[in-house]
Ligand binder design. Structure first.
Ligand code: PGA
Length: 249
């Protein structure tokens, strides 16, 4: 049976000292009780080397928050998939709504990023999700399907290698979680879309993200098409993140 995946997205938070303390607490918690799911932390790029060392020989996988859509060259400020690979990165987020919103990332750019990650042996966690206006206009399904379709078209038969994260934009960092039923409904749509593209769809992992926390994780993770979580705020507090990991076992 596929294991669930619990991925923390630290966003632009942390410091050498804070990361050290957070990972010490996570390591201690996971040493006391081995996780029954896969665990990853997506850290700011400057801390990849620090965190690579701190998670070595633990159950925690290293993840990046973004990757360049280009292979190499004159792209100031970007990090390539090969560079991430050099630091032991196993997963990278692509198309997080904050990247789409603040950096104008198009569906095509997100798809190219997913492709670059796959080519470097890194699993892309492809983020999709609708804004509040889109939900209220009844466009949720159309939006997430459009976002995922771009990636499916780009990566072809490798689609079975990706992870998808459904993150309704209105639920991110707002404390407004999608209800388990709302999340499950969208996950079912995404699963069906993946099934049309891959015989492996049932084995693929679809994460929910958006104000998932220690109190609501168990109910969300109990939904049939929710195979894990992408956790922002609650991933910065070791006891909360450990509680969510335990809920995914
Ligand atoms: P949140 O963030 O858990 O703080 O809502 C989730 C995310 O943006 O990945």
């Amino acid at each position: 049976m596929k294991k669930k995946l619990i991925a923390g997205n630290w966003k632009m938070n942390g410091s050498l000292a804070a990361n050290d303390a957070l990972l010490a607490a996570l390591r201690a918690g996971l040493a006391a009780q081995a996780p029954g799911c896969d665990v990853a932390v997506a850290v700011p790029a400057p801390y990849l080397a620090q965190v690579q060392a701190l998670v070595a020989d633990t159950a925690i996988a290293l993840a990046a928050q973004d990757v360049s859509q280009h292979e190499a060259g004159a792209y100031t400020g970007e990090a390539s998939a090969a560079m991430l690979r050099d630091f032991g990165v196993r997963y990278t987020l692509v198309g997080h709504s904050e990247r789409r919103q603040y950096h104008g990332e198009s569906d095509a750019a997100v798809a190219a990023k997913a492709q670059r990650a796959l080519a470097a042996g890194i699993t892309p966690i492809v983020c999709v999700g609708e804004t509040l206006a889109e939900r209220e206009a009844g466009q949720t399904e159309a939006v997430v399907k459009r976002q995922l379709a771009a990636v499916i078209a780009q990566v072809g038969h490798c689609v079975s290698e990706i992870v998808v994260a459904y993150e309704p934009v209105w639920a991110i960092g707002t404390g407004k979680t999608a209800t388990p039923a709302q999340a499950q409904a969208v996950h079912a749509v995404l699963r069906a879309q993946l099934a049309a593209a891959s015989a492996q769809a049932a084995n693929m992992r679809l994460l929910y993200g958006g104000s998932m926390n220690a109190a609501n994780a168990a109910e969300l993770l109990a939904q049939p098409d929710i195979d894990g979580g992408l956790i922002g705020g609650a991933a910065l507090k070791a006891p909360d993140f450990l509680t969510i990991i335990a809920a995914a076992a």
